[in-house]
Ligand binder design. Structure first.
Ligand code: NAI
Ligand SMILES: N[C@@H](CC=O)C(=O)O
Ligand code: NA
Length: 436
């Protein structure tokens, strides 16, 4: 049988890692597929750059069209990134009848509905396992392994860079900027690292997870998104003293009035497994009605862990090359004509417990004002801690943990508390989840 021919667009961290894994494990992969699989061509922006992979035997080009239009190539790997020019490259490859494997979550989250429609019309596969939680086979787990369930909710640490930053801040007291620079050097961060630290990358991934979990279209613009830039070492320490860890989570949950899609820092009880997922590791908890909670853990970023997912997709596509397109696993887990128009609820109707940290004058009556405002909004307090003032400071930090409350009420209460003349600055508010 003729070998399967692969062309790669982009030879950076993931592209380089993929070349290394495909070459190193070529014999094992052939045993799995039943045919030889070779990388014939790869395109790179700068052909002179030094790389993490050996490109011997691969024809290099700086023009992606040389790959997209090569009639001999069966599978195109899009490992450039971004949702700009690559969208046209992917659509052109599909139009030329090529199967596509991509690690690009922004492309799938923003343009996946259009890309999958085009792919189905052409009878080709677009595979994207590497786009969510790096090396963890979470797409396959939800789409195939849990297909007997109604998924109730999922929650995950789905950005490796952010988790690396929070872990290093907690464990070593390191500065945010310093750890981010290291994450960039290690190849974990996005080309624009604000995508990592502002939660955009996690929102892209949550968009994809929610679509395959609930059978809804991809709708990135509906995700409530907060990053980790507002988290201070003080919050990390106070959370720790109270028995919690701060993790940046993506949460998708079926509620009676619709689906919640939210990405934000979260206090999680330290006894939960997911609270102990550190560094670049990711983890996703998926709660199905039949299976109950299940946990998926592994490296969320980095050259070879991500390549592991890219290569698994290549193997899947290679095995399906001769299959009937009508009977393949649907791109978004549910048949394309069965996607449901379930509303995504507004953040005002989220219901969570809260950690609040505020700075208030150290005099009688201040705490009473704060607790009265909370009570006026039906917010019950679980715990209050008043810290010692730093030397020379007239304001003291007050930490409050609340019971589960409606976000709309919390927003109103925070605005009233911040307006008190005895309270200085902004309240730092972090949502809490038990994930039980
Ligand atoms: N780095 C990681 O750990 C992970 C990355 N991803 C995704 O994988 C994709 C690639 O990311 P990285 O490898 O980290 O980025 P990278 O920046 O290391 O690699 C991208 C490469 O594409 C090249 N490139 C840019 N325009 C090109 C063009 N027109 N033709 C050919 N090559 C071009 C760049 O020069 C660069 O070498 C992105 O979508 C990213 O979100 C997904 C999971 C993990
Ligand atoms: N920048 C991303 C890379 C993997 O998706 C991350 O840090 O998780
Ligand atoms: Na994955």
């Amino acid at each position: 049988m003729k070998p399967i021919k692969v062309g790669i667009l982009g030879l950076g961290t993931v592209g380089g890692g993929t070349v290394n894994v495909l070459k190193r494990n070529a014999a094992e992969i052939e045993r799995r597929i039943g045919r030889e699989l070779i990388i014939t061509r790869a395109s790179a922006k700068d052909l002179t750059k030094s790389r993490i992979c050996n490109t011997d035997g691969i024809e290099l080009t700086s023009n992606p069209n040389d790959i997209i239009n090569d009639p001999d190539i069966d599978i195109v790997l899009e490992l450039i990134g971004g949702a700009g020019p690559v969208k046209d490259m992917v659509l052109a490859a599909i139009n030329n009848g090529k199967h596509v494997v991509t690690a690009n979550k922004s492309l799938i989250a923003l343009h996946g509905n259009e890309i999958f429609t085009a792919a189905s019309a052409k009878g080709v596969i677009v595979a994207f396992e590497a786009a969510v939680a790096g090396g963890i086979p979470i797409i396959k787990a939800i789409r195939e392994g849990l297909s007997g369930n109604r998924i109730q909710w999922l929650a995950g640490i789905i950005n490796g860079t952010g988790n690396f930053i929070l872990t290093e801040m907690r464990d070593k007291g390191r500065d945010f900027a310093d750890v981010l620079a290291e994450a960039q050097a290690l190849g974990y961060a996005e080309a624009d690292p604000t995508f990592d630290v502002e939660g955009i990358d996690a929102a892209h991934k949550l968009t994809i997870l929610a679509a395959i979990a609930f059978g809804i279209p991809l709708q990135f613009d509906k995700v409530y998104t907060e990053g980790i830039t507002g988290i201070t070492r003080t919050d990390v320490e106070y959370a720790e003293q109270l028995g919690y860890r701060i993790k940046h989570l993506g949460i998708a949950r079926q509620m009676p009035n619709g689906i919640e899609l939210r990405v934000h820092p979260t206090l999680i009880p330290e006894r939960r497994l997911i609270a102990n997922v550190n560094g670049v590791m990711n983890a996703v908890v998926v709660k199905g009605d039949a299976v109950g909670p299940s946990l998926y853990y592994g490296a969320g970023a980095g050259a070879e862990p991500t390549a592991s997912a890219v290569v698994a997709d290549v193997v899947d596509v290679a095995r399906a090359l001769t299959s009937d397109p009508e009977n393949r696993v649907p791109h978004l887990a549910f048949q394309a004509n069965q996607l449901a128009n379930i509303p995504v609820v507004s953040s005002n109707s989220f219901r969570t417990a809260y950690y609040l940290r505020l700075m208030a004058e150290d005099k009688p009556g201040v705490l009473a004002d704060v607790t009265r405002i909370l009570a006026d909004h039906d917010i019950s307090i679980e715990a209050i801690i008043q810290k010692e003032p730093s030397s020379g400071d007239t304001a003291v930090p007050i930490i409050l943990l609340t019971q589960i409350t409606l976000e709309q009420e919390m927003n109103a209460a925070i605005a009233e508390i911040e307006a008190l003349t005895t309270v200085t600055g902004k309240i730092n508010r972090i949502r809490m989840e038990t994930l039980g």
